[in-house]
Design a protein around this ligand. Structure first.
Ligand code: SAH
Ligand code: SF4
Ligand code: F3S
Length: 507
């Protein structure tokens, strides 16, 4: 057993490891690759590889000089999705091939804990993975992400899911190669979760999901402590990346074919406040707008309390900034907003929407709303409906309040489930009714569409997005993917359009 390991001098390997990052991780990626190559050769020699992979997959692995298949499942928000691209970058550097299937040599779940159903999904899938691993005892299972920052979740995994091999958190994703090395060289369960960090490790490999668009982290963590929210506890304090690092990354992405970036942070409007040389988000946006070859800029998420007039002006003037703003409301009741620690009132929010619409009249607004926050009365809920009717959102993500242990709201008096459910249904139907009315407002016009994929439902069609984020389906082929084309919006079908390429229309 572990024949392949005896060919390596593990002590020397550790002694030679650089101490600085990212050099240290690049080193471990190389070492792990060599170890897994040796292991793969042993399995080839014994015939085990053929038995396990079958002829076709084995041929793919040998042709691509790969060490096995890896699968990453992402459970959370865009921040998690971006982390998964970094994790996949590391795994591919090690020599894994990505696969959609969980029947893989390395399976990684990047978890989310923002609401309890996110946690339950992970436990459910972990149970299923146990049966997969029984068939392939060599399989490695790793868990990372926000849920792993919670001690109770880690304890539960250790107790009930002993088939998990590696656990790490949100602060040390860059360390995946080193953790994998520890696991391969003898460790049983490798658990390494950091409580927090000041460090931002730049320049590790990244494997993007889309060639033409990309998320770009501009900051990590959150300092807002909304009373219902677990994110500040699992993502740590706010840290902004330096503008030069962000701009360099975007320039490199553009050189590599990216035309749209999504600037990511839990509260992008407070970007840059903690930098050595403070910079506002509005200034950053203007600099990103100057990057040649970049076509579209999106950002997520904006906290209403920090959305400045300077930013509204920058959004208006920057040509590449998309005509869409996600502005989480959470509740329309000033009383509830206070208990949520959101630090704006219903009136502040509505006045902000007025200022935004005065500057950018056709902007599409979307939002997040929580129903059933502790202490929410029928009157409070009516206030939320009132804001929804006044703002008329293009779409809204509606959530049932979920108790997060350790947050202030968890110990407040909860609203009965049946009441919450009934309010949730009323809100959802109001949101959908309004979205159906406003989403079609550009019918009959020609608009720029960034083509993203073949249409799932119709042969010979492609699917893309308007700058305001609405989806459009129109006749076209895959050569259009990643391109921005003029499309006449012929028909609105509630939340999306059917269109025709504008050239065809003109002759
Ligand atoms: N930083 C972003 C939100 C990140 S979480 C912001 O402040 O807007 C995404 C959304 O999940 C939140 O906007 C909120 O609507 C919802 N959410 C967060 N915690 C929740 C909880 N405990 N129960 C239900 N929904 C929650
Ligand atoms: Fe959570 Fe509030 Fe921070 Fe958003 S701003 S991540 S809702 S604490
Ligand atoms: Fe979930 Fe973490 Fe994002 S808790 S919503 S994955 S920041």
């Amino acid at each position: 057993m572990n024949n392949y390991l005896s060919r390596f001098d593990l002590r020397t390997i550790d002694e030679l490891a650089p101490s600085g990052e990212p050099e240290r991780q690049n080193y471990y990626m190389m070492v792990v690759r060599k170890i897994l190559q040796a292991k793969f050769q042993d399995r080839m020699a014994s015939g085990e590889a053929l038995k396990y992979y079958g002829a076709e997959r084995l041929q793919e692995l040998t042709e691509k000089q790969a060490v096995g298949y890896a699968h990453i499942a992402t459970f959370g928000c865009q921040m998690n999705a971006r982390d998964s691209e970094k994790l996949l970058g590391i795994l591919e550097q090690i020599g894994y091939l990505e696969t959609d299937s969980e029947d893989a040599d390395f399976v990684l779940y990047n978890t989310c804990t923002v609401r309890d159903n996110a946690n339950q999904k992970v436990y459910g899938r972990l149970g299923y993975l146990q049966t997969v691993k029984r068939k392939n005892p060599d399989m490695l299972i790793a868990l990372c992400g926000c849920m792993m920052q919670e001690q109770a979740a880690v304890a539960k995994v250790k107790k009930s899911y002993s088939h998990v091999d590696i656990i790490f958190g949100t602060h040390n994703i860059f360390k995946l190669a080193e953790l994998l090395y520890r696991r391969l060289t003898g460790g049983k369960l490798i658990a390494d979760v950091w409580e927090g960090t000041d460090a931002i490790v730049e320049d590790l490999p990244v494997e993007r999901k889309y060639p033409f668009k990309s998320g770009v982290n501009i900051m990590f963590g959150c300092n807002n402590f909304c009373s219902y929210c677990i994110v500040p506890y699992v993502r740590g304090r706010e840290r902004s990346r330096k503008p030069e690092d962000i701009l360099d990354e975007i320039r490199r992405l553009v050189a590599d074919g990216v035309v749209e970036v999504m600037l990511l942070g839990q509260n992008v409007n407070s970007y840059g406040k903690n930098l050595e040389h403070p910079v506002s988000f509005a200034k950053l946006l203007r600099q990103v707008d100057q990057i040649e070859g970049l076509e579209r800029i999106r950002f997520m998420t904006s906290h209403p309390k920090d959305l400045s007039d300077e930013l509204i002006q920058a959004m208006k003037e920057c040509k590449k900034v998309c005509n869409h703003l996600h502005l989480p409301l959470q509740s329309g009741s000033s009383r509830i907003l206070k208990r949520m620690n959101r630090r704006y009132s219903k009136e502040d929010y509505l006045a902000l929407v007025d200022r935004i619409r005065a500057a950018i009249p056709d902007i599409s607004l979307t939002t997040d709303i929580i129903v059933g926050f502790p202490g929410e009365t029928e009157e409070d809920f009516e206030e939320t409906l009132d804001v929804v009717r006044r703002v008329r959102y293009d779409s809204a993500f509606t959530f049932i309040y979920s108790i997060r242990t350790g947050t202030p709201a968890a110990s407040m008096e909860q609203v009965p489930e049946a009441v919450v459910k009934e309010r949730f249904d009323r809100l959802l139907s109001e949101v959908q009714k309004i979205a159906g009315e406003v989403c079609g407002r550009d019918t009959g016009t020609v608009q720029k569409v960034l083509v993203e994929s073949p249409d799932d439902h119709q042969e010979g069609y492609v699917t893309g997005r308007l700058t305001n984020n609405t989806t459009v389906h129109f006749p076209g082929d895959v050569s259009l993917i990643g391109k921005i084309v003029d499309v006449r919006l012929e028909e609105s079908r509630g939340f999306y359009y059917m269109g025709q390429p504008a050239e065809n229309m003109e002759g």
